[in-house]
Design a protein around this ligand. Structure first.
Ligand SMILES: [Zn+2]
Length: 309
């Protein structure tokens, strides 16, 4: 099959590339994701990048475009609905791109794209039972079981960041609920959770408040407060991972996202040590795809649309 276009829409960055034979071909074009004036700004930016790539690679007939984006999304409408990181109530994607290129357009949740990237070309290549977990600004999951992508009613299955992992610290999540994994262990959650944790244990707060990077750096210097806090993060990550194993029984869990990628030394050992003892721990791997699993997975979805059925 001819190469397809893969697009990954993040809250900060927009990435576009060519994917052929389940591999990224050539350059990945990165730009800032436009935030206005209207949602057309995003589709116009994507259309410009695709025209540029097609001209450069002398592509006349584009067989398909795959788009990965953070949910919630509506596959039926081909749109993102109230995306948490972009200021639009609705961001239509499939129709504007179909009209611009007269081709098939597949829209997929970014973590579901991530698991496809890992299954076709990453740490879980050829495996039939895979959970992909990204711990970055938020926490999300992509589930591939019995050789099939778990998609769900609206294409949003695997929102594991909203698993409840705690009842003690009453930490709010980005969804406003209390006790969810994302509210504690994501890049956005860690600094706020550090404040709650210090208050709960009656520890004097640092001034100015610590960022996630500072907390991890202090833990590496054996600072007792930061070490204690990182251990608590480990307990909560292990609780989340235990729930993932109970729910999905994967053969491998692939971890991705900036928080994990930059802090493997501190975050991986507690997962091994503290995951519930009665569970058989599956293989644990960190994504080898350098943050490109969702982009590659968008291409895989365009190349193999039967996966999304
Ligand atoms: Zn939540």
């Amino acid at each position: 099959m001819h190469p397809v276009i893969a697009v990954d829409i993040g809250g900060t960055n927009l990435r576009v590339t060519l994917v052929e034979s389940d591999r990224i071909m050539g350059e990945v074009y990165r730009s800032e994701t436009p935030t206005g004036p209207g949602p057309e700004a995003v589709t116009d930016a994507i259309i410009r990048e695709i025209h540029h790539i097609c001209e450069k690679n002398r592509i006349k007939n584009l067989p398909a475009i795959g788009i990965s984006a953070a949910g919630p999304l509506s596959r039926k409408e081909g749109a993102l609905i109230k995306p948490p990181n972009l200021p639009f109530l609705c961001l239509p994607l499939v129709k504007p791109l179909q009209q611009a290129f007269h081709t098939r357009v597949e829209l997929i949740n970014d973590c579901q794209a991530g698991v496809l990237g890992e299954v076709y070309a990453g740490a879980a290549k050829g495996c039939d039972h895979v959970v992909y977990i990204t711990i970055s600004t938020g926490i999300g999951g992509g589930i591939y079981l019995d050789g099939r992508l778990l998609s769900g009613r609206g294409g949003n299955a695997g929102e594991i960041g909203h698993f409840r992992v705690d009842t003690r610290y009453q930490q709010p999540c980005s969804c406003k609920c209390i006790g969810h994994w994302e509210g504690y262990c994501s890049g956005r959650g860690i600094p706020a959770f550090f404040v709650s944790w210090c208050r709960y244990h009656e520890i004097l707060l640092p001034d100015p408040p610590a960022t996630a990077e500072e907390i991890f750096a202090r833990a590496r210097c054996n600072d007792p407060v930061a070490t204690g806090f990182v251990r608590e993060l480990g307990v909560l990550n292990a609780t989340g991972i235990s729930q993932v194993i109970v729910a999905y029984d994967p053969a491998i869990i692939v971890l991705d996202g900036a928080v994990i990628q930059h802090n493997q030394d501190l975050l991986l050992p507690p997962i091994h040590e503290m995951t519930d003892r009665y569970l058989t721990l599956p293989a644990l791997a960190v994504s080898p795809l350098a943050g490109l699993a969702p982009l590659l997975g968008a291409g895989v979805a365009a190349l193999h649309p039967e996966i999304l059925q």
